[in-house]
Design a protein around this ligand. Structure first.
Ligand SMILES: Cc1cc2nc3c(=O)[nH]c(=O)nc-3n(C[C@H](O)[C@H](O)[C@H](O)COP(=O)(O)OP(=O)(O)OC[C@H]3O[C@@H](n4cnc5c(N)ncnc54)[C@H](O)[C@@H]3O)c2cc1C
Length: 459
């Protein structure tokens, strides 16, 4: 794809010259996501409002130029990469928290707001926005909506889609649509809001969101629990869920993840630590304390070797900072990684963990597992060196086996990272032909010329 000088001038006229870039060094800053780099667009534009997004898409539609919406580029499946060149539409200038409505527990926001900034803003007035991807301090709410992001708190509070009441979005043709409601409920017409959530920027560009908020829980209790075997930790997660007490988070780290955490923040864990659970409860202080007591009792019954309570905010923050550092620190194990985020029914976690361990031993590859075990979402990372003979073939075999086993246990290939390009070869394992066709027809209705994020989800 090549953008002509005429089209470039028109784009500049829409956004203003400083917000329309074509130099290679500028494009390089938008040629990557969390796993891939060097996929260069032809031009990068930074719209300021819905009107500019609409004008850009009207132009792109007329000229049949691909448009790839982009937040912070932290996606892990290639969603924000301009595979066919064209325009990368960076939404980060649209970063206003328009209104926080304390009476109705809603917030109106633009897509470029950093998730953590919304957390801070609503918490300052006693409210709570639960979706908390581990990337919250740098990902955008628009990217969260497009991927239907989850996070540690999803086990109790659900994922992004559970907090989006309505959207303003721009179609590939440039038409502006408003979906959903500003109210606590509403069922008039098809649920276009949910259709756009998780559509990975292939159906529409989101330019405003109305989000549901909750009252801020009074207390949060946090413990780190260490086990000398992965099986025991996995079984404990199943028991916790079965107990009927819903924790705010149950995060899981295997031995290799613990080693990353230890080098990042010395947690002073005992020798023989094979698995770590981070468990949180929240609510009224007495209730949160009671729930935590019950859950730590389950851990004791399952032979944990250490329970460490985070006594202060600093201790909690240090624990979470270490947990959030796992993903980026994995490169200490190898120059390349294949990152999957499978989900299995929570009662099947022990079987899945066993299967991953067997594959690790058999393949000889370094495999690191961690993630949101409370909702059955395990991030399996296969570390490899793509330059080393045989590594990639082995890794691809392992991915195939993991996906087959996940589906046979009643699971799904992705809990929160989406399909993008990396899971594209596998979606027919999970989604039937009729359903895929229906999805592709929906795509055509929304985007007849296939200009919005082409090549994603379906290829
Ligand atoms: C260290 C790390 C930890 C992570 N932890 C989690 C986690 O716990 N849970 C989780 O769910 N994810 C996690 N992620 C993945 C990633 O952060 C999320 O998918 C996040 O929602 C992406 O937001 P972004 O702003 O970076 O979007 P981008 O990566 O820029 O874009 C992602 C997709 O959204 C589309 N898009 C972006 N903005 C818009 C818009 N306004 N309208 C339409 N489409 C749009 C893009 O086209 C692309 O397909 C993690 C990533 C990293 C690097």
């Amino acid at each position: 794809m090549h953008i002509s000088a005429r089209v470039f001038k028109k784009l500049q006229a829409i956004t203003g010259k400083p917000y329309c870039k074509i130099e290679k060094e500028d494009l390089a800053c938008y040629a990557y996501d969390a796993i891939t780099r060097d996929v260069f667009p032809d031009v990068v534009v930074f719209p300021e409002n819905t009107g500019e997004v609409s004008e850009i898409l009207t132009l792109a539609s007329r000229e049949k130029i691909p448009v790839v919406p982009r937040g912070s580029g932290t996606g892990t499946t290639g969603g924000s990469l301009a595979l066919s060149g064209g325009i990368v539409l960076v939404m980060t200038r649209m970063n206003r928290i328009i209104h926080i409505d304390r009476d109705n527990f809603v917030a109106r926001v633009e897509p470029g707001v950093i998730t953590g900034d919304l957390h801070n803003a609503v918490e300052a007035v006693g409210l709570f926005y639960p979706p908390d991807p581990s990337s919250a301090s740098f990902s955008t709410l628009g990217g969260n909506v497009a991927e239907c992001a989850g996070g540690p708190r999803a086990v109790k509070y659900g994922v992004t889609r559970d907090y989006v009441l309505g959207l303003t979005a721009v179609l590939a043709t440039g038409e502006v649509i408003k979906t959903g409601v500003q109210t606590a409920k509403g069922v008039v017409g098809y649920d276009l809001t949910r259709l756009i959530i998780g559509s990975e920027g292939t159906l529409a560009v989101v330019t405003e969101m109305t989000l549901k908020l909750l009252p801020l829980p009074g207390a949060v209790m946090t413990v780190a629990v260490v086990f000398d075997s992965m099986d025991k930790a996995a079984f404990t997660v199943t028991e916790i869920i079965r107990s009927g007490i819903i924790p705010r988070c149950v995060e899981y780290l295997d031995k290799a993840s613990i080693a990353c955490v230890q080098s990042y923040a010395n947690l002073d864990l005992p020798i023989g630590a094979e698995a770590l659970l981070i468990i949180e409860t929240d609510g009224r202080r007495d209730a949160a304390e009671y729930d935590l007591r019950c859950l730590t009792e389950i851990c004791r019954k399952n032979d944990c070797i250490l329970i460490k309570t985070a006594e202060s905010k600093e201790e909690k923050d240090a624990l979470w900072a270490a947990r959030k550092a796992v993903s980026p620190s994995l490169y200490m194990y190898g120059p390349d990684k294949i990152n999957e985020d499978i989900v299995v029914p929570r009662s099947r976690i022990p079987e899945m963990v066993k299967m991953i361990e067997t594959l690790r031993k058999d393949s000889g590859l370094t495999m690191v597992s961690f993630g949101h075990a409370g909702d059955g979402n395990i991030h399996v990372n296969i570390m490899l060196d793509k330059g080393k003979k045989g590594d990639l073939e082995k890794a691809e075999y392992v991915v195939d086996r993991i996906f087959d086993e996940t589906l046979s246990l009643g699971g799904t290939l992705s809990g929160e990272h989406g399909v993008g390009i990396t899971k594209l070869p596998y979606i027919s394992k999970e989604i039937g032909q009729t359903e895929r066709l229906l999805m592709q027809q929906i795509k055509t209705v929304f985007d007849p010329h296939n200009i919005l994020n082409p090549g994603k989800i379906f290829g």
